[in-house]
Design a binder for this molecule. Structure first.
Ligand SMILES: *Cc1c(COP(=O)(O)O)cnc(C)c1O
Length: 354
């Protein structure tokens, strides 16, 4: 095991922060002064270093570029009203990262590097956490295979990095969603439950087609019948039907176990909803809509927190919603944001002090 002190630190001479307007931030475009980098070689993690944010020098034969052993995470840090920094449920992301690593035949990253490295990095760059409503510091841990060899096999060398990016509000407008029946995101036995880079590349074509038709995202359905819903783009999806909050279960391994999904379900229970995690078919959704019981539909994810869905299109059937009248999703969103910004009691111990 590696002691926390084994992380070496090389600081920038001058921060870039003064050149950046934290009030007007495009998502994922600006990075803080420092990053963490570590190497996996000869069966162990070494060279764990926090250093100035900088380009990597990589061989064109880099295995990750050819065969795609690459995984990532998305986490957020916030400041409370006293200016103290907290990270939202980082341990859940740490565990999920190693689940993704295992599925992609990559080595696990030890807690001392992922958790303590992230904590030290966020502490060092904490001036970059915007202390503004709906703003945060997005944390991007990732790992890729780094063998310089184009033989098809799990790599022997890997790189693990953490980047930090200050962010403002994301996806504000309620979304129009196209129920996808041709392309698929995930199949049982596949990698849908892993936060693997290739899942994103594989989804882009279908998403672009939906955009051409005027939609913001697709609602993925199961690969066999295109009947059971999975996720809305890169967000988990929750349906409020009557007094129930229903979301697809994780059983088939086709759904990414979102930390925001889990948090929203916890808060929905607190709000008095019966939460059901189970297969949910498009027929059941349409029947509920026709009967007037489908009250709200929303996506959950770290980047956007909660995104309202104002239109769902399945074949020629269009379901529309007046999101201005909704109470549930906006309440859950504001509870979540208030917990993150230290304005609501953190009953579940989600906020971890940096
Ligand atoms: C990251 C991700 C989510 C959301 O997970 P969170 O932990 O809530 O950010 C949902 N679906 C997919 C496919 C994802 O990659």
């Amino acid at each position: 095991m590696l002691a926390a002190t084994a992380i070496t630190m090389n600081k920038v001479e001058q921060s870039k922060l003064k050149n950046i307007n934290l009030q007007n931030l495009p998502f994922g475009k600006f990075f803080t002064d420092h990053m963490l980098e570590a190497d996996y070689e000869d069966g162990e993690w070494k060279n764990v270093e926090i250093k100035p944010y900088q380009p990597l020098l990589l061989s064109p034969s880099l295995a990750a570029l050819h065969y795609g052993q690459a995984i990532f995470e998305g986490i957020k840090a916030y400041k409370n009203e006293e200016g103290e920094a907290f990270i939202f449920r980082p341990h859940d992301n740490y565990e999920r990262f190693n689940i993704s690593a295992e599925r992609m035949a990559m080595p696990k990253v030890p807690e001392e590097i992922f958790m303590e490295g992230m904590r030290q990095l966020v502490e060092l760059d904490s001036a970059w956490i915007p202390q503004l409503p709906d703003h945060s510091l997005y944390i991007r841990p990732f790992m890729f295979s780094s063998d310089e060899m184009i033989g098809v096999r799990p790599s022997q060398n890997y790189k693990f990095l953490i980047l930090l990016s200050p962010t403002g509000p994301y996806y504000n407008a309620p979304m129009r969603i196209y129920v996808e029946e041709q392309y698929v995101r995930a199949v049982p036995g596949g990698v849908g439950y892993a936060k693997a880079a290739g899942n994103y590349g594989a989804a882009m074509y279908a998403t672009a087609q939906a955009k051409q038709k005027g939609y913001d995202q697709v609602l993925w359905t199961d690969a066999f019948e295109h009947k059971y819903v999975q996720e809305a783009g890169t967000m988990n999806v929750i349906f409020i039907i009557g007094n129930k909050a229903i979301t697809p279960d994780l059983g088939a391994g086709t759904i990414l176990a979102g930390v925001t999904r889990n948090s929203a379900l916890t808060l929905l229970k607190e709000a008095g909803f019966t939460v059901e995690e189970r297969p949910l078919s498009i027929d059941e959704i349409i029947d509920a809509y026709k009967a007037g019981h489908l009250f709200e539909v929303f996506g959950t994810g770290t980047a956007a927190t909660i995104s309202l869905i104002k239109e769902l299109r399945y074949k020629d059937f269009v379901m529309t919603f007046d999101t201005d009248k909704w109470r549930t999703a906006p309440t859950i969103k504001s509870w979540l944001n208030d917990i993150r910004e230290g304005k609501r009691e953190d009953k579940y111990g989600w906020m971890v002090k940096v």
